[in-house]
Design a protein around this ligand. Structure first.
Ligand code: SAJ
Length: 401
């Protein structure tokens, strides 16, 4: 059998490499010629542990090939992004639509078509209706299912194999067929449901995490006013056998948790009160951090009679990665620097060596020279830093705890 993966990004490429490593021939498709060329050379265009090795051997063994065009296959996996419609919080499924259109002429009886992209509820049924409207002779002769990816950036190659999967077909036969497909390379359990539930399940997982982080962030604001250490408080509350509060930070970023809950709120605005509020709280937290830094700069200038030097520690959207997408730390840095006066700034991001706008400074040097040190991301490197007692330290992510 041949598998066509549509989209060779953060999920599509690792998935392609994994399937190919089982001796299944995979034809990966991406609109970017650069991505396609890179992969065909056995190289990778994204940073993810173990991925480079997996792709290199899959390509060398001849089981993984990339191209800008799909070919006829037995299984089609849609793994393209679902962004927002320009300037809104409404999901844009046009990439799913376009890739589906691209394979329409190739589809034949018995083929398996699976969407893995995060999708608003009803997308899989919409694509089924679209396919059968264009190819009526195939009606009910394809297997169409939704199976969301759930892997954590940084542990993708492990989690692809070991996580449980939720598999929802548009009918039972499709669910069964999709399960047989994933069984070949997934060691986690495969849970069967229908397509709508599987779509909502993905959105629910990320909304759940967002809501839990919002509670931690809200507590951190309350603690700041009340003169209580939020990390100590949460640590103590978590000693209760049925309490498990997450960690406050400088906001919620990335391309999943800060995005997916809107796929629920945009469609069910009246019903999704907590989910919507959590988004607001987590966005507000980043704004609040930026305000705190600016106030601290003003206080320093007023009491010391000179502008401080300021170190902004971390730019990534979470600890120990180099991914800046939707990063609250980047937002905070922009906001603080927008109103920069005579202050001197150090931007520190140990996982990145060069940045288009910011000069990246070494962590030790910045900590030594800055008057105000603001920790935006809890990178491991920051935990070992020695901080002289005369510094103003704003720890938004618990690095010093
Ligand atoms: N964060 C906190 N406090 C915490 C935990 C996280 O502030 O206690 C922040 C992080 O700093 C980051 C954001 O939340 O800015 C999101 O980070 P994350 O590690 O929670 O999640 P992602 O976005 O890297 O990956 C999530 C995962 N989903 C869940 O854990 C429910 C992953 O399994 C999904 O596959 C992924 O989204 C996705 O692709 O949807």
């Amino acid at each position: 059998p041949t598998v066509v993966t549509l989209g060779l990004g953060y999920i599509g490429l690792p998935t392609s490499a994994l399937i190919a490593s089982h001796g299944v021939s995979v034809h990966g498709v991406d609109i970017s010629q650069h991505v396609v060329d890179t992969i065909n050379e056995g190289k990778v265009h994204i940073v993810e542990p173990q991925l480079d090795k997996a792709v290199a051997s899959a390509v060398a063994d001849g089981f993984l090939k990339a191209s800008t065009r799909p070919i006829a296959a037995n299984v089609y996996l849609v793994v393209v992004p679902t962004p927002f419609k320009g300037g809104s919080h409404e999901p844009d499924i046009s990439y799913i639509q376009a890739t589906t259109e691209g394979i329409l002429p190739l589809l034949k009886e018995g083929d398996l078509y699976i969407i893995e992209s995060t999708s608003p509820v009803g997308t899989t049924e919409k694509m089924r209706d679209f396919i059968y409207a264009q190819r009526p002779e195939l009606k009910d002769k394809l297997y169409i299912a939704y199976c969301p990816e759930r892997v954590l950036p940084g542990s993708v190659m492990y989690e692809l194999v070991h996580n449980d999967r939720v598999i929802g077909g548009v009918d039972d036969a499709a669910t069964q067929k999709a399960c047989e497909f994933y069984q070949q390379f997934v060691k986690g359990e495969l849970h069967r449901t229908n397509a709508r539930t599987a779509e909502m399940c993905k959105l629910t997982e990320n909304a759940s995490r967002d809501v839990q982080i919002a509670l931690a962030n809200e507590l951190s604001l309350i603690c700041d006013k009340a003169g209580i250490d939020a990390w100590e408080l949460i640590g103590l509350a978590n000693k209760h056998p049925r309490v498990n509060i997450l960690q406050p930070g400088s906001g919620v970023g990335g391309h999943c948790i800060a995005v997916d809950p809107y796929f629920i709120t945009s469609e069910f605005p009246m019903e999704s009160q907590i989910i919507g509020k959590a988004r607001e709280i987590n966005n507000y937290k980043a704004f609040w951090c930026a305000e705190k830094i600016r106030r601290s700069i003003r206080d320093f200038a007023n009491t010391q009679g000179k502008a401080p030097s300021v170190a902004l520690m971390g730019l990534a959207f979470k600890p120990n990665i180099d991914d800046l997408r939707q990063s609250p730390a980047v937002y905070i840095a922009q906001k603080v620097l927008q109103e920069a006066g005579d202050e001197n700034y150090f931007i520190v991001e140990p996982n990145i060596h060069e940045h288009a706008y910011y000069k990246i400074t070494d962590a030790e040097q910045a900590a030594e020279q800055a008057d105000i040190i603001a920790f935006l991301v809890a990178h491991d490197e920051f935990k070992q830093l020695e901080l002289p007692a005369d510094k103003v330290v704003l720890d938004f992510c618990g690095v010093t705890k």
